[in-house]
Design a protein around this ligand. Sequence first.
Ligand code: ATP
Ligand code: MG
Length: 340
Amino acid sequence: MDSTILQDIKQRYTIVGNCDALNRALDVALQVAPTDLSVLIIGESGVGKEVIPRIIHDSSIRKRAKYFAINCGSIPEGTIDSELFGHEKGSFTGAVGESVGYFGAADKGTLFLDEVGELPLATQARLLRVLETGEYIRVGGTDVRKTDVRIIAATNVNLTRAISEGRFREDLYYRLNTIPIQIPPLRERGNDIILLFRLFAMLIAKQLRMERIQLTDEAKDILLEYKWPGNVRQLKNITEQISVISQERIITPEILRQFIPEDEESHSLTRISTGNHSYESEREMLYKMLFDMKTSLSDMHRQMRGMQDRLEVIQRTGQVAASHNTLSAQNTDADYAEEI
Ligand SMILES: Nc1ncnc2c1ncn2[C@@H]1O[C@H](COP(=O)(O)OP(=O)(O)OP(=O)(O)O)[C@@H](O)[C@H]1O
Ligand SMILES: [Mg+2]
């Protein structure tokens, strides 16, 4: 794929990063967009899956038709069938009118089924049918209806494991997974971590009209080595926290360490329960964990007190962080292009 097309997409959707795996994912998204193939987006929580279906829809012939993003994990089991496939009047208590459901409403358009692994088995059966035949029946109805919907699904759970545990239909998995798009975890993206930090630092600085925070070289190394279990979402949260809470604008490893939790591994209970170890070392490790937790809690209290102070400043002056050099509003989009 022409790299200027990729650059253009990144600019348009505010996607930052240049690692091969991310470029490959975007490349596949653009290649598959004009087709009607089902796409399954796979990646850990917080890696940035949600923008991909939007890119596919916007680059497809369906772009002028409806696009719906549905979080399958957030709809209660009792109502999900009726939300997706609609219902007839009086089909259940409270069904005063009829409903077309997402499959009716998205005809000729695209449906993004986020957290598809959370769908109940009965709904999976209905979904498989509509994917294979384009046909579905509303809840409480008998008429077979037709729809023309492109499905894009996403998951942050291991669907193969869900299949072996009987929680996900294998046939549906193969049907959804025609084209898999793998979004890499942040820890595998190298210098993209620093670029993303700069993006989030710049956006929050602009939003709150404060000076942008910057990393020392040693602080960059810490970000590059950290495992980022919460991926880009975690990096964004931490960058925003530091921007708002820290009094300093040059961020050193000492400051960074107050905001970055120790790597999961060093807290992992599984490490305690495996390998050769004495009772004493287990007890020591548990003490250390408790101590760390206590330290994190007092850090949190301290940070919350800091935030409260800041909120008071906001309320009093209508501006955040009066102590920082405020940037004038001329921090324009040109800065963004230059920075990233
Ligand atoms: N490459 C990127 N450039 C800029 N922002 C990004 C990038 N990747 C992710 N983000 C941002 O990170 C946050 C998390 O991304 P998103 O919500 O898409 O995660 P997700 O993969 O859907 O996670 P989950 O499985 O938990 O739903 C969002 O605010 C998103 O805008
Ligand atoms: Mg998501």
